[in-house]
Structures are given as C-alpha cells and as structure tokens.
Design a binder for this molecule. Structure first.
Ligand SMILES: O=c1ccn([C@@H]2O[C@H](COP(=O)(O)O)[C@@H](O)[C@H]2O)c(=O)[nH]1
Length: 241
C-alpha cells in the first residue's frame, strides 16, 4: 500500500495571500489524499470565508495553524470562532500556559458538541522550528530547545491537549516521555532537494517518520514546485528511507 493510500501523514502548508492560488494548490493536494495547512498569511488575507472557499465540499483534512497566544478568555473565544470551520487540527502556543490551553480545549469541545460535530484536535506549539538553542538563549530560555520542548509538551498534555507541534528531532524523546498516543506534528521537514530557508531544526521526511512523528508539515518545497501534486507525491515516496 502506498503512503497516500493509508492515512496520509502529510499536511501541505498553503502559505499564500492569493485565494485562487490556494484553491489550485488545495485541489492538487486533494489528488494525493493528504491534508492542507492554512496559516496566518492565508487567514490574515481571507479569514473564515477563505477557509470555506478553499475546502469547498472536498473532504480534505485541514490543520488550521493560527497559533493562538493570548489570555485564556480570548483564546477560548478565538477557538469558538474557528471551530465551526471544522478543522481536523487547530493550535495554540504552549507558552500561553496551562489555563489557556485548558480553555482552548474546553472551547473546542463545547463548540463542537453544540454543532454535533467532531471536536478538532487541539495541539500546542512548543518551540518554533525556526529557532535553535542560541535563539532560545537570546530570549532568556537556557538549556536548549530539547529541554524546552519537553517542558512545554508535558504542560500541554497535562492540560488535556491532543499533542504538540515540534521538530521531529524531538520526537523520540517526546514519545519516550508521553507515549504512543500523543500527536507529534512536525514542520521543519526538508527533502534533500528542498532549500532549508529559515528553518533550523530540520529533518528529512524519512527521518521524521522514523523518529515517531504523527504528521509532517511541508510547505515551500511542495508549493514552490511547478507540479504541486507531483512534489507532494515525491515527498510521500520519501517517507520510507
Ligand atoms: O514550529 C513551527 C510551527 C509552524 N510552522 C509552519 O509550518 C510551515 C512550514 O513551511 P515550510 O515552507 O515547509 O518551511 C509554515 O507554514 C510555518 O508557519 C513551522 O514552520 N514551524
């Protein structure tokens, strides 16, 4: 069975302010059976209507990557506002703290229940994959990325979240800490033919899968290709090293 025929572990990041381009990319991704990730660039330009326009009637798993980071009341309200968009996954920043993460999860649960819909998985960003140990130290966090990711991931799970966003470099230690069921969603994935760009804690697709990632996020290496569906399939073909 091909990777795409099983549950596809890939979310393609559609980072563009252009609605038509996002729709074209989403159609290409839909051909592969994988999911899409819509983030701040797209949502800032088109909001909830844009999410609906891109997904249409397609059964396309959506990771809504808005990285909410505010006080609990505000984050709960934001989660209530986006849960009707039926994302498979939405996220907050773990650095917002336990009460905020609990508020996010409760808001997703209550809103989805009220709609008679499945609850979106709620996960927490630990340490952005664009940061390395030196960047963290400059923000006043000593001890390096792995320690900080472990600390924040444990908080997220204690708060009742479904998982975290991390680099696949931290996946083995998080699997050991938190077990097999926690979702580990990993951006910072680069096939050998993709430019690293601003990502610092990077793995290849095969390394991410072998490390225990649940889902991989890949953007520019796929959306920068002339044939987006072919590039997504190329990444899928590389999941097994
Ligand atoms: O730690 C994080 C959290 C989120 N992202 C997002 O993932 C994609 C990665 O895109 P690439 O083009 O493959 O670099 C992007 O939308 C980020 O906002 C992340 O990279 N790291």
């Amino acid at each position: 069975m091909s990777a795409a025929a099983a549950r596809c572990p890939l979310f393609v990041a559609l980072d563009t302010p252009d609605l038509d381009r996002a729709r074209t990319w989403a159609q290409a991704v839909a051909e592969t059976g994988c999911g899409i990730k819509l983030g701040l660039e797209f949502f800032g330009a088109h909001g909830a209507a844009g999410v609906r326009a891109v997904t249409g009637d397609a059964v396309l798993p959506v990771f809504l990557d808005l990285k909410f980071h505010d006080i609990p009341n505000t984050v709960a309200g934001a989660v209530r506002s986006v849960t009707p968009l039926a994302p498979a996954i939405l996220n907050v920043h773990a650095a917002g703290g336990t009460a905020m993460m609990r508020a996010a999860r409760d808001a997703a649960e209550e809103t989805a229940t009220g709609l008679g819909a499945p609850r979106p998985k709620v996960i927490a960003v630990t340490v952005l994959t664009s940061l390395d140990d030196a960047d963290l130290a400059a923000t006043g966090v000593p001890g390096g990325a792995t320690d900080q990711v472990r600390r924040l991931a444990a908080l997220a799970v204690d708060a009742g979240l479904d998982g975290v966003v991390c680099s696949a470099r931290e996946a083995p230690v998080l699997r050991a800490d938190l077990g097999p069921d926690v979702l580990l969603v990993t951006p910072g994935v680069r096939p050998t033919w993709g430019a690293t760009g601003d990502q610092k804690r990077v793995t290849t697709p095969a390394e991410a899968m072998a490390a225990g990632a649940s889902s991989l996020v890949v953007g520019r290496p796929i959306t920068g290709a002339a044939d987006v569906a072919a590039a997504a399939r190329r990444v899928l073909d590389e999941l097994v090293g």
